[in-house]
Ligand binder design. Structure first.
Ligand code: ATP
Ligand code: MG
Length: 400
């Protein structure tokens, strides 16, 4: 729905994302026309493809369409067949109207004539239908174009937002929790290309904990098409902090170092912002004073898409995007190890600065962690669970 220069760029971006999401469905094909994308199902399952296409960022809605040659009898016949397939939906009585549009002006019948020519046989065939031109339950649209006529009635809302990457690129700190994958998806929907960075403390955290984060990135790739994940060894820095005797500041110090490393990776990858899954007041490191002291460790804009959201809203979203079931797996995160009994909710910036200044190796460790970062790329369709939502009965309440 854009005019001007951006339109072509946005459409191109959407097509790229659709193509990568459709890779696991090789017989489906794609065609662009008049600000729309047409996906020919080929032999692929309609329900599967709708699920996938609903995730394409920047797409407002999807309609299942029957196509027929632009010739009167074929249009009438296909329209009746279209309604026949939906007969069970209007059992017991419903109203309808035909809304024909003659886009191809050479077509010999006017839109008005077509409304009648299509409407009458439908009315004769289905006892349960009556006409209401003002507020029909079903509006059967018949779009007559030169290359074919499109018959449809359903408008399925899609995810909307901006096409992926049209607002630039940002580096997201991805933990194994519930929040950061949701922060990733929210950012992608705003048109950001998201690369993920995860910090692990092997052998304090297991190989399985790292696998879990890779699975989360895979689930995100089911939305984005592709996700780059940077895996950063954090053991050395984390161990150094635990030996300081400043237990209540460990999380603050760790977060600041994470941000410094993420900033360097962002600069290397030309990302213009950092993103976290912070939500105001959720834990000690997410109070305003904590965010203040932690956030100062980076010069990049620090985006926190979930900052004002309620945990329950975040959980609902994480189920919708298919990351919840992975997030609640029990494997430990590097921050949940060594968590002090009473992490501060009100760290003092001067003290934190002073502690860091006494750690002469810190800068070198940060550089080393960047140098030792391993990068992997995940693709749509590789996910084990797929982006399905889970059963409400599985909700656990113990992450607060
Ligand atoms: P999440 O569910 O995203 O883990 P959380 O409520 O558990 O969030 P914290 O563990 O305090 O909160 O983490 C806050 C944010 O810090 C996370 O959302 C994430 O962006 C970042 N973060 C925490 N741990 C890591 C990690 N090991 N690697 C990368 N980022 C991390
Ligand atoms: Mg966490």
């Amino acid at each position: 729905m854009l005019k001007g220069k951006n339109r072509a760029r946005f459409e191109k971006t959407i097509i790229t994302q659709v193509r990568s999401l459709l890779k696991p469905y090789p017989s489906a094909s794609l065609r662009k026309e008049f600000g729309r994308l047409y996906v020919d199902l080929g032999n692929e399952s309609y329900t599967d493809l709708i699920q996938v296409l609903k995730r394409v960022f920047g797409v407002m809605s999807i309609s299942p369409v029957k196509v027929t040659p632009s010739e009167r009898d074929a249009i009438v016949e296909t329209s009746v067949a279209f309604m026949e397939e939906r007969k069970h939906e209007f059992e017991g009585g419903m109203t309808f109207k035909v809304n024909a549009r003659r886009v191809w002006k050479e077509f010999p019948h006017s839109s008005h004539e077509m409304n009648h020519m299509v409407g009458s046989p439908i009315l004769r065939t289905f006892q349960d239908l009556s006409v209401d031109v003002r507020e029909p339950d079903i509006e059967l649209r018949v779009e007559i174009r030169e290359q074919g006529t499109y018959i449809f009635n359903e408008v399925i809302p899609a995810v909307g937002g901006f096409p992926l990457g049209t607002n630039g690129k940002a580096m997201l700190l991805l933990s194994g929790g519930i929040d950061s994958p949701v922060a990733a998806w929210s950012s992608m929907r705003r048109g950001l290309e998201v690369e993920c960075v995860h910090f692990y403390s092997y052998p304090f955290t297991s190989q399985r904990a790292k696998e879990k984060v890779i699975d989360l990135a895979r689930a995100l790739a089911d939305h984005a098409g592709t996700i780059k994940l940077h895996l950063v060894p954090f053991t050395e820095i984390q161990t150094a902090f635990t030996q300081l005797g400043q237990d209540n500041l460990i999380i603050t110090l760790m977060r600041r170092s994470m941000l410094r490393i993420a900033t360097k990776l962002a600069e290397r990858e030309r990302a213009l912002a950092l993103i976290t899954g912070d939500s105001l007041g959720q834990v000690a490191s997410q109070t305003l004073p904590s965010m203040n002291v932690i956030g100062r460790a980076t010069d990049l804009p620090l985006l926190r898409p979930l900052v004002m959201m309620d945990k329950q809203e975040i959980i609902t979203l994480s189920k919708q995007i298919g990351t919840y079931d992975i997030s609640i797996l029990p494997y430990e995160d590097c921050c949940t190890l060594f968590v002090p009994k009473s992490p501060t909710t009100n760290p003092n910036l001067r003290i934190v600065d002073k502690i860091e200044a006494t750690m002469s190796h810190l800068t070198a460790w940060v550089d080393e962690a960047v140098a030792q970062t391993e990068t992997i790329v995940l693709h749509a369709g590789e996910s084990v669970t797929g982006a399905s939502s889970s059963d409400d009965s599985e909700i656990k309440e113990d992450w607060f």
